[in-house]
Write a protein that binds this ligand. Structure first.
Ligand code: ADP
Ligand code: ASP
Ligand code: MG
Length: 405
């Protein structure tokens, strides 16, 4: 029997009717002769609501307790889905991440999966049950509950698919697949039939939140094929897999944007060996992930260092930056939360000159100033003022001819 792993996102299980719709799909997949493992997200915006409640009680909630709280969202939806499947007359059983042995490190709020012990899942599948697993969570060897970072149910699904040797990991969401840009921002965006892991990694890393970045890394490392599709239709979605010759090598596959980052500048840092190392060591020790980094040309032995990071890490970073400023005798620090990053992603840009020049021309002709630039062999990102993000994405999408017919 083929094993199929299906993951349903928050909108797909947003209310009773939608849960029942998911239950029907799951049972239909089982009736076609598959062993089915389902990973669910919390209902609708439950996770946001739980975060609000935590912050209403404590401005800096202890991270261990934060994870205990957040994991309950998925525990609730998994039990409700098992009930909905039972109501259709099919046996089902729900589990938390801990119960099915999703072992993680102890980095609360963004833990990494280190091992999956799927013994219990296999036993239940052998009994003919549909297995529902609460997404986004795991447990440390010390038995503390952890969560995997926003969007982490995607990673739960991929990790289970890898461990169980599933034929496919289907990620059901509220759009029909991976598009050339966020379809909510660019109505003309086109659905892609296939995307390579490498392109998807860049898209996920630069704001296409349709798949969590870690889930794509995990899929690539374990060769899990993903099928991203809508829970509201039967249309095929987008296949994410290893790139090969048969795949279209578009110059640009997509334009992504991310309004979730902030920019930090440390001003007047002495320009000598070891300074950048000590700045980023302090941040790393507080598990702040830094994205882009720019060090300016030095003037009279002093320089400015700017970097971007997730807005949610900003308050933690501010404490670290204050220490760094004091330690290094820097002149101070400034913070800008009104930024956005726009990115062009495409495997074909490796062999095609002029993409960066065209991107900068498009931004310039729309009166948009570029604050930071970063590139890899298959992407170019620019940080701009947040207010211009819609214009920038639309104009780039147009200029690179990404719209459908
Ligand atoms: P889920 O709750 O199913 O996990 P998410 O909200 O995490 O769903 O991800 C789906 C959303 O990702 C879509 O509603 C869409 O607005 C957004 N998105 C951003 N960029 C893209 C893209 N390039 N293609 C598809 N969706 C995208
Ligand atoms: N519920 C979690 C979140 O909102 C995890 C997920 O949906 O994947 O981020
Ligand atoms: Mg998601």
């Amino acid at each position: 029997m083929a094993i199929v792993v299906q993951k349903y996102g928050g909108t797909s299980v947003g209310n009773t009717k939608r849960l029942q719709n998911v239950a029907k799909r799951v049972v239909a997949t089982s009736d076609r002769g598959n062993s089915v493992v389902v990973v669910v997200s919390a209902l609708g915006d439950t996770t946001d609501e739980l975060i609000r409640q935590a912050h209403a009680i404590n401005a800096k909630p202890p991270e261990r307790e934060f994870d205990v709280l957040l994991s309950t969202g998925e525990q609730m939806s998994s039990a409700l889905l098992a009930m909905a499947i039972d109501a259709l007359g099919h046996p089902a059983i729900s589990f938390t991440g801990a119960q099915v042995g999703i072992m993680t490190d102890a980095t609360h709020t963004k833990a990494r999966i280190v091992e999956v012990r799927a013994k219990r899942i296999k036993e239940e599948l052998d009994r003919g049950r549909i297995v529902i697993v609460a997404g986004f969570q795991g447990v440390t060897p010390d038995e503390d509950i952890t969560t995997l970072g926003r969007g982490g149910s995607d990673t739960t699904a991929v990790a289970l698919a890898a461990q169980l040797g599933a034929d496919v990991c289907e990620v059901y969401t509220d759009v029909e697949g991976i598009f050339t840009a966020d379809p909510r921002l660019v109505p003309k965006a086109r659905k892609l039939a296939e995307v390579s892991y490498d392109e998807m990694l860049e898209m996920a890393a630069t704001g296409a939140r349709v798949l969590q970045l870690r889930s794509v890394e995990y899929a690539r490392n374990n060769k899990v094929t993903l099928h991203v599709r809508s829970s509201f239709s039967d249309e095929d979605g987008t296949i994410v897999k290893e790139g090969d010759e048969s795949m279209e090598q578009a110059i640009i596959s997509g334009v992504t944007h991310d309004s979730g980052e902030a920019k930090v500048t440390i001003l007047g840092v002495p320009d000598k060996p070891g300074v950048a190392a000590s700045v980023f060591r302090v941040l790393a020790d507080r598990t702040v992930n830094v994205d882009m980094i720019i060090q300016n040309v030095s003037e009279q032995g002093f320089t400015d260092i700017s970097f971007t990071l997730a807005k949610e890490d900003l308050s933690r970073a501010k404490d670290a930056v204050a220490d760094v400023v004091a330690q290094l005798g820097a002149k101070g620090a400034s913070y800008d939360e009104d930024i956005a990053k726009v990115t062009l992603v495409g495997a074909g840009m490796r062999t095609h000159p002029g993409v960066a020049a065209t991107m900068f021309e498009v931004l310039a002709s729309n009166g948009i100033n570029i604050e930071m630039i970063s590139t890899s062999s298959i992407k170019i990102s620019c940080v701009i003022a947040a207010e211009h993000v819609g214009t920038a994405v639309q104009a780039l999408h147009e200029k690179f001819g990404l719209a459908g017919e």
